[in-house]
Ligand binder design. Structure first.
Ligand code: IDP
Length: 154
């Protein structure tokens, strides 16, 4: 059970409106990842700006913040072996046109600005912990035994 970590994942407003919350959660559950935090909310603008702070100078930044605050989102924390990399692989490339079929974006999205789901980037060191801290208080994350862990991990 090496490299167990927590990672941040979020269903975006487009997917929420399209009724895809369950699909996203199911795929992560089916993979064997452990859900340790989840909520539904309208993200405050201030937090959206913090979340997307790295894109502040990009031309699409204002639209991105408008979009992510435009309707309900479902921020989540998932735990597992190499969770950040595993989830990034499952969501696929940022641009749905480049995302492989079988990935979440490759199966449910067409447009770069409506790509269904966010997940912390494994190539950005510490992004998982940073994003969890932006969106969740410690007492919103729970500790429990995953009953099938012995069948998921050697
Ligand atoms: P990621 O969501 O795959 O981590 P990032 O590069 O962090 O990708 O970009 C954040 C989000 O900003 C993307 O998911 C996408 O919705 C949006 N985005 C990224 N690049 C562009 C662009 O060139 N035009 C419009 N929107 C973009």
């Amino acid at each position: 059970m090496s490299d167990h970590e927590r990672t941040f994942v979020m269903v975006k407003p487009d997917a929420f409106a399209r009724g895809l919350v369950g699909e996203v959660v199911s795929r992560l559950e089916d993979r064997g990842l452990k859900l340790v935090g989840i909520k539904v909310e309208n993200m405050p603008r201030e937090r959206a700006e913090e979340h997307y702070g790295e894109h502040e100078d990009k031309p699409f930044y204002d639209d991105l913040v408008d979009f992510i605050t435009s309707g309900p989102v479902v921020p989540m924390v998932w735990e597992g072996q190499d969770a950040t990399r595993q989830v990034r692989q499952m969501i696929g490339e940022t641009d749905p046109l480049e995302a492989q079929p079988g990935t979440i974006r490759g199966d449910y999205a067409l447009d770069l600005g409506r790509n269904v789901v966010h997940a912390a980037d494994h190539e950005d060191e510490g992004a998982n912990e940073r994003e969890i801290a932006i969106h969740f208080d410690d007492d919103e994350l729970i500790d429990y035994d995953q009953h099938d862990a012995e069948w998921l991990y050697e």
